[in-house]
Design a protein around this ligand. Structure first.
Ligand code: C2E
Ligand code: CA
Ligand code: CA
Length: 271
């Protein structure tokens, strides 16, 4: 007769085996690959107010979007290597630009909730925050679907980082399931409206009532709303009319290298 204890042991064994297989496949796929930080500018009216760091995987001479690797990366330690490497590259790059950046400028990194349990990720972001304090604000973006994975330990870490001045954004808001309760109390200071909600068609936003509800929630909680995936003037004007002034999207800039990004800020700043 198989006992519950034996079944649980077998289950743990299979989970561990599956993780090891995934890690082996991923490390084979990533052999010779480099993690490169790309940045997409975030605008308020015509001015750049920040930039979102987006991973590119450079392999066989080509830059790839991370999407095909992300779920495997996020299920193992590799994602922490990725984040630490991006934070370190962005830090070295901006060291050469301090004093030349606009006021109230911010840089955001994408992390998954589980990474709040990684001491080296916390150390890397804390170092970034300390190094650029007063010059570049640090924002950490956590995807909405990941909020369900926030546990007591990660919530405590978030609280600690928030107390030191690090900000949090809830990413892809409106795109999937979430622990919406965390928008209140937990210290999110930005909501990033997913691109599926910012679409417009024949002169109107497709989801005006949902956007109104999110704006009203954001006013109540003192949270900033950022529109994502803005591709057309029609979209931008309709979102502006609703009072959403901060946005990112192909209409103004695609993600670009750090060099191109800094050139763009400096030109934009001098206009
Ligand atoms: P995201 O955080 O929602 O980032 C926005 C994605 O939308 C980016 O895709 C960007 O290139 C794309 N995008 C920006 N503007 C527009 C637009 O106007 N129209 C359309 N159709 N798309 C637009 P990308 O760079 O392929 O990144 C995909 C996702 O990968 C990101 O979605 C983010 O969730 C994740 N990701 C990127 N870098 C990292 C990272 O360092 N760590 C983690 N954990 N996830 C990352
Ligand atoms: Ca993001
Ligand atoms: Ca997003």
């Amino acid at each position: 007769m198989i006992s519950t204890k034996m079944l649980m042991k077998a289950e743990r064994f299979f989970i561990k085996a599956r993780t090891l297989i995934r890690e082996a496949i991923l490390s084979a796929e990533l052999t010779g690959a480099e993690f490169v930080p790309y940045v997409q500018p975030v605008y308020k009216a015509e001015k750049i107010v920040g930039g979102e760091v987006l991973l590119r995987v450079f392999k066989d001479g080509v830059l790839h979007s991370p999407e095909k690797y992300l779920s495997a990366m996020e299920s193992c330690e590799v994602i922490n290597d990725v984040t630490c490497s991006l934070v370190s590259e962005v830090t070295s790059f901006f060291e050469g630009y301090t004093g030349t950046l606009p006021n109230d400028f911010y840089i955001s990194f994408n992390i998954c909730a589980r990474q709040l349990n990684s001491s080296r990720v916390i150390e890397a972001v804390t170092d970034f925050h300390k190094k650029f304090e007063g010059q570049i604000s640090l924002v950490l973006e956590i995807v909405e679907r990941g909020t369900a994975a926030l546990n007591d330990f990660s919530l405590e870490t978030m609280q600690h980082l928030t107390d030191t001045g690090v900000q949090f954004a809830i990413d892809d808001f409106g795109s999937g399931s979430s622990c919406i309760k965390y928008v209140e109390h937990v210290g999110f200071s930005k909501i990033k409206l997913d691109k599926c909600l910012t679409i417009a068609c024949e002169g109107s936003l497709v989801y005006p009532s949902i956007i109104d509800a999110i704006i009203s929630l954001s006013h109540k909680l003192g949270i900033q709303v950022i529109a994502e995936g803005v591709e057309t003037w029609e979209q931008l004007n309709l979102l502006n009319a609703k009072g959403i002034k901060v946005y990112q999207g192909y209409i103004s800039s695609r993600p670009m290298s750090l060099n191109e990004f800094c050139q763009k800020i400096l030109t934009n700043y001098l206009q």
